[in-house]
Design a protein around this ligand. Structure first.
Ligand code: CP3
Length: 350
């Protein structure tokens, strides 16, 4: 397992070293806006077949890198593979999205969940192994997992949505059962990331996409502490890779995530980068946070939005990584990504 060059731009930014420009990658960069992804997805027959085949998942991972000069690849997989390994049985409804056939909706179901170890994540590890050999030395390979709270929301609810009312109710009415679910999920997330580290990932990222659904009273307990525990479990296992935490729409926890050991914070598009920078100081890298809708605009509007995001990152010592503030939309014209890549290189050069 050959790692990427330690001088790769993304790794330097994550160490807060001097950057000649901002490294760039895009959440969901391997996805439906690319015609070659749609073709591969069709050949695979289903989203899950694509995720579960290391060969096809590797092809999907590399597709955006073949088109654009990006500084990182993110392994093609999904956060819900951890829910599947815990026993919730991941399915995918065409045109709708993922669902869990056996949700962990009550105390009894939570108690009967599996205890997946590193071996349960051999599939995504094999994808990482396949990709690493195909990537240029200066391209970092990012492994990822969902963070415990976001996964718990899906596991209680059984499907996506914007509210996750069942999960929030369980958190209130059965606090011990919910805490048990978070605890089990935390160990499984650490196993998933350990498997990806062992297979050759250069960077690890935790997606806490639904952090904002934890009421303020619960943020420390169910969002910050579990992330801290995942990081501690990885460090105890001797894994010293940089870790990016993305507490989407709950950026007020950024400082606590840094105290918990995060090396970088992913910032959602609704947050103010300047404020998050003030909260974390110059010792932490920030990643973000262009509104994905900017990619639906005309060229000049897109370029000025990119210039604003680059300016908001500032020129201080802290690491600066360009990304969107959430995943790229499936309606995006692939040509807009090309404009983005050129503009980030142009505006962030120093
Ligand atoms: O390119 C990449 O970013 C790597 C792969 C990746 C996927 N999902 C592939 C995917 C990553 C990092 C994810 C993370 C993920 N998955 C998150 C966290 C990030 C976020 O968006 O907040 C979440 C919440 C999920 C769960 C999930 N998977 C949902 C809600 C959906 C359906 C929504 C949609 O966009 O249709 C998925 C499906 C999914 N995961 C797709 C892809 C490319 C689309 C599937 C398809 O081909 O039809």
């Amino acid at each position: 397992m050959a790692a990427c060059n330690p001088d790769a731009l993304l790794l330097r930014a994550l160490r807060n070293e001097k950057q000649e420009r901002m490294p760039l990658w895009v959440m969901r960069q391997a996805g439906r806006y690319l015609p070659e992804y749609r073709k591969l997805r069709k050949q695979a027959g289903s989203f899950l077949n694509l995720c579960n085949s290391p060969e096809m998942a590797c092809t999907a991972t590399l597709q955006p890198l073949r088109r654009y000069r990006l500084d990182a690849a993110i392994v093609f997989s999904d956060i819900l593979i951890v829910a599947d390994a815990l026993g919730c049985e991941l399915g995918f409804a065409e045109g709708e999205g993922p669902f869990l056939a056996r949700p962990a909706a009550d105390e009894k179901m939570i108690a009967s969940l599996a205890e997946p170890g590193v071996d349960a994540f051999a599939g995504v590890a094999a994808t990482i192994g396949a990709c690493r050999g195909e990537l240029a030395e200066d391209v970092a390979l990012i492994g990822f997992a969902g963070a415990p709270f976001t996964l718990a929301c899906y596991m209680v609810q059984g499907s996506g949505g914007r509210e996750f009312a069942l999960a929030r109710r369980l958190m209130l009415t059965e606090p011990q059962a919910f805490a048990e679910l978070i605890d089990r999920t935390t160990r499984a997330v650490a196993a998933c990331l350990s498997a990806q580290a062992a297979a050759g990932a250069d960077v690890l990222m935790l997606f806490e996409s639904w952090a904002a659904l934890a009421a303020p009273h619960y943020l420390d307990e169910h969002v910050v502490k579990p992330a801290a525990k995942v990081i501690a479990l990885l460090r105890e296992a001797g894994i010293d890779l940089p870790i990016i935490v993305f507490p989407r729409n709950a950026e007020q926890v950024a400082g606590k995530m840094v105290a918990a050991g995060a090396n970088a914070i992913g910032v959602g598009w609704q947050a103010d980068l300047v404020e998050v920078r003030a909260a974390v100081g110059e010792q932490t890298a920030l990643q973000g946070n262009l509104d994905p809708a900017a990619l639906l605009a005309d060229r000049e509007t897109l370029r000025s939005a990119i210039a604003r995001t680059v300016a908001a990152h500032g020129t201080g010592a802290g690491g600066r990584i360009f990304n969107l503030g959430h995943g790229i939309g499936k309606e995006t014209d692939p040509e807009s990504m090309a404009i983005l890549v050129d503009a980030v290189r142009e505006f962030s050069a120093c």
